[in-house]
Ligand binder design. Structure first.
Ligand code: CS2
Length: 483
């Protein structure tokens, strides 16, 4: 069977790009060419070009792997999107016009971002890609950051690559560019801006002042459940569109994108359903607390119960009740009042999205990089509720479940994908295994837990209690202890 590509596109049995793809020039560079980008921002851009054209082709870059390029370049950037549901739908997305791999094409990536025709950079580099320390500032002790600062050879981190490209734009008098973080990090744009300003200040004070005055980093909220692509998806897509596609993605039908409004050229993303808002904070906080936090909580409790997917976790009566109680008593409670968002209704929609059996969303996937996700997801509600004298036991159990999962996995010699893996493995080896020792050792990781939590005896005792309950009686027992 032929492979999906420019020549075979007409024969695809699925809706195709509805714009003059051949003549749409590249106006966007995206860092982090993974499934989420392909299922979310690239689809909005595809729709925006279909509605109102424009030179908004995307150069998709994966900084640390060559896989996206290997799979997408032979397809001329084309790939299929499957919308999961009882009646799945397929379409071919054409917004990606060029694919680069940081490992082999680093100089080209910098040139592409610096090109005068590039007006937007978007990023999905995951939490750890920002190289931030616990307080949200740039971590200068990060290996990649310190080597990028030394400046021998081309930069390896996203922060280094962006700064190098901005330096070129500065010296060549390129028009303004907007840099849009699309990761699940609270105040993602502000944090990226701060990291780039801190980094560039150490390189070149004039460059840093120019970035500060000229480059905008809007905050955003992104949402759409996108399970990793698997072999079954490749088979489905082949049967549906009649062509081989080695780079398809699948996601739920629901999708959401709120972008802090900015001056500057952009695709008609609003016509594609995105919302430009003066302040993204309420949307972003609600999403992190009511989608991502319960996602991670169900993940660790689910994995400890031998459950594999989010929908299976929602079928377990104990975990389903826990989802509703955690969100109601602690996560919604921590958000305060809102005139913009109806929290219970929002939460109920999340409950339905999580329970959707047409989506096989592996808990193992969500467990990836737990140490970088946990501070975004669990710590703000824990602290806010603790200070307000409200319930914290449900969130404390989620943290204890992460601890238990991490140490159990490492002690069993199983795979743990985490940027702090080495430090965590050291704790797994050194700690006595007694609940108080395990929990205190993990709370001592300053990259994750601020002193306000690690040094708080009441919260520490609560997490130790939950950890002990998980250890001695398992998940059902720990859940039964929640009041
Ligand atoms: C998930 C997210 O893997 C994870 O950590 O919580 O990817 C989640 O599916 C998306 O943010 C939903 O928009």
């Amino acid at each position: 069977m032929s492979r999906l590509c420019r020549e075979s596109l007409n024969g695809a049995r699925a809706p195709k790009p509805q714009y003059d793809r051949e003549n749409a020039a590249i106006g966007i560079v995206h860092l982090g060419a993974g499934a989420f980008f392909k299922a979310h921002q690239a689809v909005y851009t595809d729709d925006a070009m279909a509605k109102s054209g424009g030179d908004w082709g995307i150069c998709a870059v994966s900084l640390n792997s060559t896989r996206a390029k290997e799979n997408l370049a032979p397809q001329d950037g084309l790939y299929s999107l499957k919308i999961m549901g009882e009646q799945p739908e397929y379409r071919v997305i054409g917004a990606v016009k060029e694919v680069l791999a940081g490992i082999t094409d680093r100089a080209d990536v910098i040139v592409r971002i610096a090109a005068h025709t590039t007006r937007i950079v978007t990023l999905t580099i995951t939490e750890k890609g920002y190289c931030l320390e616990g307080g949200g500032a740039l971590d200068f002790s990060h290996e990649g950051i310190s080597s990028d600062l030394l400046g021998e050879g081309l930069p390896v981190t996203a922060i280094g690559v962006l700064t190098a490209a901005l330096a070129k734009r500065f010296s060549s008098g390129a028009p303004s560019i907007t840099i849009i973080s699309c990761d699940n990090v609270s105040e993602n744009g502000s944090k990226l801006r701060r990291a780039i300003l801190q980094f560039s200040a150490r390189k070149d004070a004039k460059l840093s002042a120019w970035i500060e005055a000229n480059i905008v980093f809007p905050n955003t909220m992104v949402d759409s459940i996108t399970p990793a692509s698997d072999a079954a998806l490749l088979t489905d897509v082949k049967a549906a569109i009649g062509l081989t596609d080695k780079a398809p993605v699948h996601r739920e039908r629901f999708t959401d994108w709120v972008i802090e409004d900015f001056d500057g050229p952009r695709p008609a993303w609003d016509l594609a359903g995105a919302v430009f808002a003066p302040d993204v904070t309420p949307y972003e906080q609600t999403k992190l607390r009511l989608v991502n936090a319960p996602h991670s909580a169900l993940t660790y409790l689910g994995l400890l119960s031998g459950i594999e997917t989010v929908s299976a976790a929602m079928e377990d009566a104990g975990l389903r009740d826990y989802f509703y109680a955690l969100t109601e008593r602690e996560l919604i409670a921590s958000l305060g009042a809102s005139e913009l968002i109806d929290f219970p209704n929002y939460r109920d929609r999340i409950g339905a999205r999580f329970a959707n059996k047409s989506i096989r969303h592996e808990l193992f996937q969500i467990a990836t990089d737990g140490s970088a996700k946990l501070p975004q997801r669990f710590l703000p509600p824990l602290e806010i509720n603790h200070q307000a004298g409200r319930s914290t036991g449900y969130t404390a159990l989620a943290i204890a479940a992460w601890m238990r999962y991490v140490l159990q996995t490492l002690r069993a010699g199983d795979i743990l994908n985490d940027p702090l893996r080495d430090g965590l493995a050291e704790i797994a080896k050194q700690s006595s295994g007694e609940s108080g020792d395990d929990v205190r050792a993990l709370l001592g990781l300053g990259e994750i837990f601020p002193q306000s939590i690690a040094g708080n005896e009441a919260l520490t005792a609560q997490i130790i209690g939950a950890y002990e309950a998980l250890k001695t009686g398992g998940v059902a027992y720990a859940l039964s202890g929640l009041k």
